[in-house]
Design a protein. Structure first.
Length: 132
């Protein structure tokens, strides 16, 4: 935004485009996860300042999954910054709070990377978060 509240030309259009790209990537990731045996428990779970793109379960594993769409897989993986990891972990703690059925479950943070003309890449244990 510029002084006086006027928006920069094109900024809103770029944001809408990025938002739509993110939604498409998350939908593609969810379809891919379902096809590989995961059950989607939640999408776009928000809590405080954090958001989890996909929460999925397969067997005794619950994965909090960050989806990144970039031009190549390396750029997508690098885009999951330490501050993003902290926000995802905070949202995961909120999601887990009060759920008594998680005792026997393995909880982990995964990533699904989406790039043009490739199948999504699912990375198990993409990052670890220190306990707080």
């Amino acid at each position: 935004m510029t002084r006086g509240g006027a928006q920069e030309p094109g900024r809103t259009r770029r944001r809408r485009g990025a938002y739509r790209l993110g939604l498409r990537a998350e939908t593609l990731a969810a379809l891919y996860l379902r096809a590989t045996g995961w059950r989607i428990l939640a999408r776009r779970f928000r809590a405080g300042s954090g958001e989890i793109d996909i929460i999925a379960r397969r067997g005794k594993t619950i994965a909090f999954i960050e989806v990144k769409a970039r031009g190549n897989l390396d750029a997508a993986l690098i885009a999951i910054t330490p501050s993003a990891q902290r926000r995802i972990a905070s949202a995961a703690r909120t999601w887990c709070a009060g759920r008594e059925d998680l005792g026997a479950m393995t909880l982990r943070f995964d990533a699904v990377l989406v790039s043009p003309w490739r199948l999504p890449v699912h990375i198990a244990d993409a990052f670890a978060v220190a306990e707080r």
